[in-house]
Design a protein around this ligand. Structure first.
Ligand code: 5GP
Ligand code: MN
Length: 346
Protein backbone atom coordinates (compact mmCIF):
# COMPACT_ATOMS: atom_id res chain seq x y z
CA UNK A 1 0.00 0.00 0.00
CA UNK A 2 1.47 3.34 -1.02
CA UNK A 3 1.03 5.73 1.85
CA UNK A 4 3.35 8.40 0.51
CA UNK A 5 1.56 11.24 -1.19
CA UNK A 6 4.42 13.54 -2.10
CA UNK A 7 7.00 13.11 -4.82
CA UNK A 8 10.55 12.95 -3.50
CA UNK A 9 11.09 16.53 -4.64
CA UNK A 10 7.97 17.74 -2.82
CA UNK A 11 8.92 15.81 0.31
CA UNK A 12 12.35 17.44 0.27
CA UNK A 13 10.68 20.86 -0.22
CA UNK A 14 8.40 20.28 2.74
CA UNK A 15 11.26 19.13 4.90
CA UNK A 16 13.24 22.22 3.99
CA UNK A 17 10.27 24.48 4.61
CA UNK A 18 9.87 23.06 8.11
CA UNK A 19 13.60 23.02 8.84
CA UNK A 20 13.88 26.70 7.94
CA UNK A 21 10.99 27.70 10.21
CA UNK A 22 10.89 28.16 13.93
CA UNK A 23 7.70 30.11 14.54
CA UNK A 24 4.86 28.32 12.87
CA UNK A 25 1.18 29.23 12.79
CA UNK A 26 -1.31 26.52 11.91
CA UNK A 27 -4.80 27.58 10.93
CA UNK A 28 -8.10 26.01 9.94
CA UNK A 29 -11.38 27.31 8.53
CA UNK A 30 -14.17 29.25 10.21
CA UNK A 31 -16.47 27.13 12.39
CA UNK A 32 -13.82 24.44 12.56
CA UNK A 33 -15.03 20.86 12.44
CA UNK A 34 -13.41 17.65 13.68
CA UNK A 35 -11.23 17.39 10.61
CA UNK A 36 -9.95 20.96 10.74
CA UNK A 37 -9.30 20.74 14.47
CA UNK A 38 -7.80 17.26 14.35
CA UNK A 39 -5.52 18.21 11.46
CA UNK A 40 -4.34 21.43 13.13
CA UNK A 41 -3.70 19.81 16.51
CA UNK A 42 -2.17 16.69 14.97
CA UNK A 43 0.16 18.69 12.73
CA UNK A 44 1.09 20.83 15.72
CA UNK A 45 2.14 17.69 17.60
CA UNK A 46 4.39 16.74 14.72
CA UNK A 47 6.03 20.16 14.54
CA UNK A 48 6.45 20.28 18.32
CA UNK A 49 8.10 16.85 18.18
CA UNK A 50 10.69 18.49 15.91
CA UNK A 51 11.27 21.20 18.49
CA UNK A 52 9.35 23.90 16.65
CA UNK A 53 7.30 26.63 18.24
CA UNK A 54 3.89 25.92 16.68
CA UNK A 55 0.58 27.59 17.54
CA UNK A 56 -2.90 26.77 16.28
CA UNK A 57 -4.91 29.88 15.43
CA UNK A 58 -8.58 29.47 14.54
CA UNK A 59 -11.04 32.13 13.35
CA UNK A 60 -13.75 31.45 15.90
CA UNK A 61 -15.36 29.03 18.34
CA UNK A 62 -15.30 25.30 17.95
CA UNK A 63 -18.08 22.96 19.03
CA UNK A 64 -18.43 21.68 22.55
CA UNK A 65 -18.03 18.07 21.42
CA UNK A 66 -14.45 18.80 20.33
CA UNK A 67 -13.26 20.31 23.60
CA UNK A 68 -11.81 16.96 24.63
CA UNK A 69 -9.22 17.13 21.84
CA UNK A 70 -5.77 17.14 23.43
CA UNK A 71 -4.25 20.64 23.60
CA UNK A 72 -7.38 22.35 22.30
CA UNK A 73 -7.07 24.70 25.29
CA UNK A 74 -3.88 26.08 23.73
CA UNK A 75 -5.66 27.21 20.57
CA UNK A 76 -5.67 30.97 19.97
CA UNK A 77 -9.03 32.22 18.78
CA UNK A 78 -8.87 35.15 16.39
CA UNK A 79 -12.31 36.47 17.34
CA UNK A 80 -11.32 36.60 21.02
CA UNK A 81 -7.64 37.55 20.74
CA UNK A 82 -7.37 39.53 17.55
CA UNK A 83 -4.22 41.35 18.59
CA UNK A 84 -2.33 38.26 19.70
CA UNK A 85 -3.42 36.28 16.64
CA UNK A 86 -2.40 39.07 14.26
CA UNK A 87 0.98 39.31 15.99
CA UNK A 88 1.49 35.56 15.62
CA UNK A 89 0.79 35.80 11.89
CA UNK A 90 3.18 38.75 11.59
CA UNK A 91 5.99 37.00 13.44
CA UNK A 92 5.58 33.58 11.85
CA UNK A 93 8.04 32.24 9.32
CA UNK A 94 5.61 29.54 8.19
CA UNK A 95 1.82 29.49 8.07
CA UNK A 96 0.15 26.12 7.53
CA UNK A 97 -3.39 26.33 6.12
CA UNK A 98 -5.17 23.06 6.79
CA UNK A 99 -8.56 21.84 5.58
CA UNK A 100 -9.55 24.89 3.53
CA UNK A 101 -9.00 25.80 -0.09
CA UNK A 102 -9.04 29.60 -0.16
CA UNK A 103 -8.07 32.41 2.24
CA UNK A 104 -11.64 33.71 2.40
CA UNK A 105 -12.72 30.50 4.19
CA UNK A 106 -11.27 31.98 7.38
CA UNK A 107 -13.70 34.92 7.03
CA UNK A 108 -12.69 37.79 9.35
CA UNK A 109 -9.19 36.36 9.82
CA UNK A 110 -8.40 36.61 6.10
CA UNK A 111 -6.58 39.94 6.32
CA UNK A 112 -4.31 38.77 9.13
CA UNK A 113 -3.55 35.60 7.16
CA UNK A 114 -2.81 37.15 3.78
CA UNK A 115 -0.75 40.02 5.21
CA UNK A 116 1.59 37.62 7.03
CA UNK A 117 5.12 37.74 5.61
CA UNK A 118 5.48 33.99 6.30
CA UNK A 119 5.79 31.25 3.73
CA UNK A 120 2.60 29.27 3.24
CA UNK A 121 1.95 25.54 3.24
CA UNK A 122 -1.51 24.29 2.26
CA UNK A 123 -2.79 20.80 3.04
CA UNK A 124 -6.38 20.25 1.99
CA UNK A 125 -8.92 17.96 0.36
CA UNK A 126 -11.41 20.49 -1.04
CA UNK A 127 -11.72 21.15 -4.75
CA UNK A 128 -10.02 24.06 -6.49
CA UNK A 129 -7.36 25.36 -4.13
CA UNK A 130 -6.76 29.05 -4.68
CA UNK A 131 -3.85 30.38 -2.67
CA UNK A 132 -1.58 32.88 -4.39
CA UNK A 133 2.08 32.54 -3.57
CA UNK A 134 1.91 29.40 -1.43
CA UNK A 135 5.28 27.66 -1.19
CA UNK A 136 3.71 24.21 -1.26
CA UNK A 137 0.13 23.14 -1.92
CA UNK A 138 -0.78 19.58 -1.02
CA UNK A 139 -4.30 19.40 -2.45
CA UNK A 140 -5.89 15.97 -2.68
CA UNK A 141 -9.67 16.27 -3.27
CA UNK A 142 -9.91 12.49 -3.47
CA UNK A 143 -8.77 12.12 0.15
CA UNK A 144 -11.41 11.40 2.78
CA UNK A 145 -10.11 14.03 5.17
CA UNK A 146 -7.27 16.43 5.79
CA UNK A 147 -6.36 14.30 8.81
CA UNK A 148 -5.72 11.39 6.46
CA UNK A 149 -3.35 13.66 4.51
CA UNK A 150 -1.62 14.83 7.68
CA UNK A 151 -1.07 11.22 8.72
CA UNK A 152 0.39 10.37 5.34
CA UNK A 153 2.70 13.39 5.41
CA UNK A 154 3.94 12.55 8.89
CA UNK A 155 4.44 8.95 7.78
CA UNK A 156 6.37 10.00 4.70
CA UNK A 157 8.55 12.40 6.68
CA UNK A 158 9.39 9.66 9.14
CA UNK A 159 7.46 11.02 12.13
CA UNK A 160 5.18 8.06 12.80
CA UNK A 161 7.40 6.42 15.36
CA UNK A 162 7.30 9.39 17.66
CA UNK A 163 3.51 9.72 17.31
CA UNK A 164 1.87 9.69 20.74
CA UNK A 165 -1.57 8.40 21.68
CA UNK A 166 -2.94 11.94 21.98
CA UNK A 167 -1.55 12.88 18.61
CA UNK A 168 -3.05 9.74 17.02
CA UNK A 169 -6.41 10.56 18.62
CA UNK A 170 -6.50 13.93 16.84
CA UNK A 171 -5.90 12.25 13.48
CA UNK A 172 -8.53 9.58 14.10
CA UNK A 173 -11.07 12.21 15.15
CA UNK A 174 -10.83 14.04 11.81
CA UNK A 175 -10.90 10.89 9.74
CA UNK A 176 -13.98 9.75 11.63
CA UNK A 177 -15.91 13.02 11.53
CA UNK A 178 -15.35 13.78 7.84
CA UNK A 179 -16.69 10.36 6.88
CA UNK A 180 -19.63 10.33 9.30
CA UNK A 181 -18.04 7.54 11.32
CA UNK A 182 -16.84 5.83 8.11
CA UNK A 183 -20.31 5.68 6.57
CA UNK A 184 -19.56 7.79 3.47
CA UNK A 185 -16.60 8.81 1.36
CA UNK A 186 -14.60 6.09 3.03
CA UNK A 187 -14.06 3.20 0.65
CA UNK A 188 -10.33 3.64 0.15
CA UNK A 189 -8.55 0.70 1.82
CA UNK A 190 -5.76 3.07 2.85
CA UNK A 191 -8.13 4.59 5.43
CA UNK A 192 -8.32 1.25 7.23
CA UNK A 193 -4.60 0.70 6.98
CA UNK A 194 -4.13 4.06 8.72
CA UNK A 195 -6.70 3.19 11.39
CA UNK A 196 -4.80 -0.03 12.04
CA UNK A 197 -1.62 1.95 12.56
CA UNK A 198 -3.37 4.47 14.82
CA UNK A 199 -4.68 1.61 16.94
CA UNK A 200 -1.09 0.54 17.61
CA UNK A 201 -0.81 3.90 19.42
CA UNK A 202 -3.62 2.73 21.73
CA UNK A 203 -6.24 5.25 20.71
CA UNK A 204 -9.65 4.50 22.25
CA UNK A 205 -11.67 4.71 19.07
CA UNK A 206 -14.99 3.90 20.71
CA UNK A 207 -14.53 6.62 23.28
CA UNK A 208 -13.60 9.10 20.55
CA UNK A 209 -16.84 8.15 18.78
CA UNK A 210 -18.87 8.73 21.94
CA UNK A 211 -17.07 11.99 22.71
CA UNK A 212 -18.00 13.34 19.30
CA UNK A 213 -21.35 11.83 18.43
CA UNK A 214 -22.98 10.99 21.77
CA UNK A 215 -22.33 14.18 23.60
CA UNK A 216 -25.50 16.27 23.25
CA UNK A 217 -26.88 18.45 25.98
CA UNK A 218 -30.53 17.73 26.68
CA UNK A 219 -31.38 21.08 25.06
CA UNK A 220 -29.53 20.09 21.90
CA UNK A 221 -31.34 16.75 21.81
CA UNK A 222 -34.72 18.46 22.12
CA UNK A 223 -33.79 21.13 19.57
CA UNK A 224 -32.82 18.50 17.02
CA UNK A 225 -36.02 16.59 17.65
CA UNK A 226 -38.05 19.80 17.33
CA UNK A 227 -36.49 20.65 13.98
CA UNK A 228 -37.03 17.17 12.57
CA UNK A 229 -40.64 16.96 13.78
CA UNK A 230 -41.83 20.56 13.35
CA UNK A 231 -39.60 22.26 10.83
CA UNK A 232 -38.68 19.73 8.19
CA UNK A 233 -40.15 20.29 4.74
CA UNK A 234 -40.13 17.15 2.65
CA UNK A 235 -40.70 17.56 -1.07
CA UNK A 236 -41.50 13.92 -1.66
CA UNK A 237 -41.78 14.03 -5.43
CA UNK A 238 -38.54 15.92 -5.75
CA UNK A 239 -36.60 13.75 -3.32
CA UNK A 240 -35.41 16.82 -1.46
CA UNK A 241 -35.85 18.33 1.99
CA UNK A 242 -35.08 21.61 3.70
CA UNK A 243 -35.49 23.20 7.11
CA UNK A 244 -34.93 26.71 8.38
CA UNK A 245 -33.94 27.64 11.89
CA UNK A 246 -34.39 31.15 13.22
CA UNK A 247 -32.35 32.98 15.82
CA UNK A 248 -35.42 33.12 18.07
CA UNK A 249 -35.66 29.33 18.03
CA UNK A 250 -31.96 29.03 18.78
CA UNK A 251 -32.42 31.24 21.82
CA UNK A 252 -35.44 29.26 22.93
CA UNK A 253 -33.42 26.03 22.89
CA UNK A 254 -30.30 27.58 24.47
CA UNK A 255 -28.31 26.92 21.30
CA UNK A 256 -24.56 26.70 21.52
CA UNK A 257 -22.12 26.03 18.72
CA UNK A 258 -22.19 22.42 17.58
CA UNK A 259 -25.74 21.67 18.77
CA UNK A 260 -27.00 21.22 15.21
CA UNK A 261 -23.82 19.70 13.79
CA UNK A 262 -24.59 16.87 11.39
CA UNK A 263 -28.37 17.36 11.63
CA UNK A 264 -28.46 18.13 7.90
CA UNK A 265 -27.55 14.47 7.27
CA UNK A 266 -30.58 13.20 9.13
CA UNK A 267 -33.22 13.78 6.38
CA UNK A 268 -31.09 11.68 4.01
CA UNK A 269 -32.31 8.74 6.06
CA UNK A 270 -35.76 9.18 4.48
CA UNK A 271 -36.16 6.63 1.71
CA UNK A 272 -35.46 8.16 -1.68
CA UNK A 273 -34.24 11.56 -0.46
CA UNK A 274 -31.28 12.77 -2.50
CA UNK A 275 -30.62 16.23 -1.14
CA UNK A 276 -31.04 17.88 2.24
CA UNK A 277 -30.66 21.61 2.85
CA UNK A 278 -30.24 23.29 6.22
CA UNK A 279 -30.78 27.04 6.64
CA UNK A 280 -29.69 28.66 9.87
CA UNK A 281 -29.78 32.32 10.82
CA UNK A 282 -26.50 33.75 12.10
CA UNK A 283 -26.59 34.17 15.87
CA UNK A 284 -25.46 37.79 15.70
CA UNK A 285 -25.52 39.33 12.27
CA UNK A 286 -28.79 40.28 10.61
CA UNK A 287 -29.35 39.32 7.00
CA UNK A 288 -27.00 36.37 7.13
CA UNK A 289 -28.14 32.78 6.85
CA UNK A 290 -25.72 29.86 6.90
CA UNK A 291 -26.49 27.06 4.50
CA UNK A 292 -25.44 23.40 4.62
CA UNK A 293 -26.20 20.91 1.89
CA UNK A 294 -25.85 17.16 1.75
CA UNK A 295 -26.63 14.73 -1.05
CA UNK A 296 -26.25 11.09 -1.97
CA UNK A 297 -24.86 9.20 -4.96
CA UNK A 298 -23.90 11.42 -7.86
CA UNK A 299 -26.20 14.36 -7.08
CA UNK A 300 -23.88 17.39 -6.96
CA UNK A 301 -24.94 19.51 -4.00
CA UNK A 302 -21.74 21.53 -4.44
CA UNK A 303 -23.16 22.84 -7.73
CA UNK A 304 -26.32 23.92 -5.94
CA UNK A 305 -24.16 25.60 -3.26
CA UNK A 306 -22.18 27.40 -5.92
CA UNK A 307 -25.11 28.54 -8.02
CA UNK A 308 -27.52 29.53 -5.27
CA UNK A 309 -25.62 30.03 -2.03
CA UNK A 310 -22.27 31.66 -2.87
CA UNK A 311 -20.54 28.55 -1.63
CA UNK A 312 -19.22 25.21 -2.70
CA UNK A 313 -17.62 22.12 -1.24
CA UNK A 314 -17.59 18.43 -2.02
CA UNK A 315 -19.98 16.58 -4.32
CA UNK A 316 -22.05 15.27 -1.40
CA UNK A 317 -21.30 17.83 1.34
CA UNK A 318 -21.22 21.55 0.77
CA UNK A 319 -22.09 24.86 2.31
CA UNK A 320 -22.70 28.50 1.62
CA UNK A 321 -24.72 31.48 2.73
CA UNK A 322 -27.57 33.81 1.93
CA UNK A 323 -27.09 37.50 2.52
CA UNK A 324 -30.73 38.07 3.37
CA UNK A 325 -33.48 37.06 5.74
CA UNK A 326 -34.48 33.53 6.61
CA UNK A 327 -37.55 34.03 4.39
CA UNK A 328 -35.26 34.97 1.49
CA UNK A 329 -33.20 31.85 2.16
CA UNK A 330 -36.30 29.63 2.09
CA UNK A 331 -37.33 31.10 -1.27
CA UNK A 332 -33.85 30.51 -2.70
CA UNK A 333 -33.77 26.94 -1.39
CA UNK A 334 -37.12 26.20 -3.03
CA UNK A 335 -35.96 27.79 -6.27
CA UNK A 336 -32.79 25.70 -6.21
CA UNK A 337 -34.69 22.48 -5.57
CA UNK A 338 -37.14 23.17 -8.41
CA UNK A 339 -34.30 24.09 -10.74
CA UNK A 340 -32.72 20.70 -10.09
CA UNK A 341 -36.04 18.82 -10.21
CA UNK A 342 -35.11 16.66 -13.19
CA UNK A 343 -31.88 15.44 -11.68
CA UNK A 344 -33.47 14.95 -8.26
CA UNK A 345 -36.35 12.89 -9.67
CA UNK A 346 -34.04 10.44 -11.45
P1 5GP B 1 -20.83 22.31 6.44
O1 5GP B 1 -22.18 22.04 5.94
O2 5GP B 1 -20.34 21.24 7.36
O3 5GP B 1 -20.65 23.70 6.95
O4 5GP B 1 -19.86 22.24 5.17
C1 5GP B 1 -19.81 21.09 4.38
C2 5GP B 1 -18.67 21.19 3.42
O5 5GP B 1 -18.83 22.28 2.54
C3 5GP B 1 -17.33 21.36 4.10
O6 5GP B 1 -16.41 20.53 3.46
C4 5GP B 1 -17.00 22.80 3.87
O7 5GP B 1 -15.64 23.00 3.79
C5 5GP B 1 -17.71 23.13 2.57
N1 5GP B 1 -18.18 24.53 2.62
C6 5GP B 1 -18.98 25.07 3.56
N2 5GP B 1 -19.21 26.37 3.30
C7 5GP B 1 -18.54 26.66 2.17
C8 5GP B 1 -18.36 27.85 1.39
O8 5GP B 1 -18.88 28.91 1.69
N3 5GP B 1 -17.58 27.73 0.30
C9 5GP B 1 -16.98 26.57 -0.07
N4 5GP B 1 -16.23 26.54 -1.18
N5 5GP B 1 -17.12 25.45 0.63
C10 5GP B 1 -17.88 25.47 1.73
MN1 MN C 1 -12.19 18.24 5.99
Amino acid sequence: MDINILTDTEAAMLQELIAASNHIVICGHKSPDGDAMGACLGWREYLCSLGKDAVVVLPDAYPDFLHWLPNSEKIVRFDKNQERATKLFQEADLVCCLDFNAPNRVEDMEKALVSSPAKVLVVDHHLQPSFDDASLVVSRPEASSTCELIFRLVWQLGGFESMSRKWASCIYCGMMTDTGGFTYNSTDPIIYFIIGELLTKHIDKDKIYRNVFNNYSSWAMRFRGYIMSQKLNVLDDLHATFYAVSRREMEEFHFIKGDLEGLVNEPLRIKGVKMSISLREDVERDNLVWVSLRSVDDFPCNKVAQEYFEGGGHLNASGGRVNGTIADAIEIAKKAIYAYAELLKK
